[in-house]
Design a protein around this ligand. Structure first.
Ligand SMILES: NC(=O)c1ccc[n+]([C@@H]2O[C@H](COP(=O)([O-])OP(=O)(O)OC[C@H]3O[C@@H](n4cnc5c(N)ncnc54)[C@H](O)[C@@H]3O)[C@@H](O)[C@H]2O)c1
Length: 412
């Protein structure tokens, strides 16, 4: 039985608590967070996940658990990793460290995360749930024989869209790392690259060749939306972030030299039922699609009954409406791959190994996200085989992330 400790008790920690209810051999032993820890621990105890305790500090929790998870906002990932490193150096015996996406806001930070984990010699898991989505995994499994005879997928389209994040820090590019490309582009780029990766190869197998990017502030820079953000303490007239991002990567199979393309589209203006994940993969003579809003279940709530709705997000993440015909996804933790990523990470940690996706892989995704921002900023196609470009990415911090996106996004 592995004892899990969560650092952070907000939105994603709540999702993971739900996911852990479907994972064997794990106990949610501890929670440590400035806000929400008591409520999450109470829910975990009620759900039978163990005698979940609230810890005042990370060091104390690391002493009491086997696996520690960084489920806190992006600006704290590095600082939290330093606390974990101190605890391990002080004698805490961890079997694994998990970090939610994005590993970091830029490559300098990602390097610190990956280097610290390596120095500690503790296995890691970078939590990128979309590679573990049962629909994606099953489609790849079903098609592996077809792929062997016909050739690998040559075009992947991936999208994650919703109406905008739940907490103000996500909207602030200096805290979050950017806008929707940093927040959700990391998912879509990762799963896009994975859809192109031949079966049996590791998720970082393909060589990035080039990237073009188109980003914009389409909705949240206009009234009344800009004032809605100001009410939440975020001023997009001063430091805007992109609410739309469309990036195209070319990859190459390092053994065969065959090229493939991934298109990743993300937006915070999906004024539709809720969160939508969309994937399309096209191989020679075959294809597959995934649409997370297609469900066998649905709800209908009339105007007369609408006030009775307790919480629309119980039906679907980022649900935007409480009446009319509504989509119902009864097991989102499974649908989005949270349960599968836990099973992968915990079984790897039990064997003293990292999960399918380790911190080094998270660093690679950070590099691809940074490359997208640089391509957009320079309004050019970046050559990712050019060592000077790769070198420039190492200490690159996008203008948008610096809070200086007005010129690019508003033309100011
Ligand atoms: N996989 C996904 O689809 C997905 C979805 C949402 C969030 N995330 C990621 O999960 C992480 C957390 O996001 P969230 O939506 O849960 O955020 P949130 O704002 O809902 O919750 C953050 C939690 O962290 C705590 N916290 C704040 N500062 C802290 C610190 N210095 N040390 C410890 N805890 C601290 C807060 O009190 C709160 O409990 C982010 O990195 C985010 O990108 C991933």
């Amino acid at each position: 039985m592995l004892k899990i400790g969560m650092i952070g008790a907000g939105f994603v920690a709540g999702f993971h608590e739900r996911a852990l209810c479907s994972v064997r051999g794990a106990e949610l032993a501890g929670v440590c967070a400035p806000e929400g820890a008591e409520a999450l621990a109470k829910r975990a105890r009620e759900d039978g996940l163990g005698d979940t305790q609230v810890y005042e500090n990370i060091a104390e929790m690391c002493e009491a658990v086997d696996v520690v998870c960084i489920f806190a906002p992006n600006p704290f990932h590095v600082e939290i990793m330093r606390h974990i490193a101190k605890a391990v150096e002080g004698g805490a015996k961890l079997k694994g460290i998990i970090c939610e996406k994005p590993l970091a806001r830029n490559l300098q930070e990602a390097d610190i995360m990956a280097r610290m984990a390596k120095a500690l010699r503790v296995p890691t898991a970078y939590f990128e749930n979309q590679l573990h989505m049962p629909s994606v995994v099953q489609a790849r499994n079903q098609l592996s024989a077809v792929e062997k005879s016909m050739g690998a997928v040559h075009l992947a389209r991936s999208a994650e869209e919703h109406g905008g994040p739940h907490e103000p820090w996500f909207w602030d590019p200096t805290r979050q790392g950017g806008g929707v490309c940093c927040d959700m582009g990391c998912h879509s780029i990762a799963v896009g690259m994975y859809m192109l990766t031949p079966s049996g190869r590791t998720p970082d197998y393909l060589t990035p060749v080039s990237v073009t990017a188109n980003m914009a502030l389409l909705k949240w820079g206009k009234q009344p939306w800009i004032d809605r953000l100001k009410e939440r303490g975020v001023d997009y007239t001063v430091a805007p972030a992109e609410d739309y991002s469309n990036v195209t990567f070319e990859f190459k199979d390092p053994e065969t030299g065959v090229c493939s393309v991934a298109q990743a589209t993300n937006s915070w203006m999906y004024d539709a039922p809720g969160l939508r994940l969309l994937m399309e993969a096209f191989g020679p003579g075959y294809s597959y699609t995934v649409n997370s809003l297609e469900s066998p279940a649905g709800l209908f709530i009339s105007d007369a009954a609408a006030t009775a709705v307790a919480d629309s997000e119980l039906a679907l993440e980022k649900a935007q409406a409480t009446r009319g015909a509504l989509v119902l996804q009864p097991n989102e933790a499974d649908l989005y791959g949270y349960i599968a990523e836990w099973r992968d990470a915990l079984s790897a940690f039990e064997q003293g190994k990292s999960g399918l996706l380790n911190f080094q892989y998270g660093r690679k995704i950070t590099m691809l996200v940074m490359a997208a921002y640089m391509a957009h900023e320079k309004k050019t196609t970046l050559d990712l085989t050019n060592s000077a470009v790769l070198q420039a990415l190492e200490d690159y911090v996008p203008m948008i992330q610096q809070g200086k996106g007005a010129k690019i996004l508003l033309g100011a």
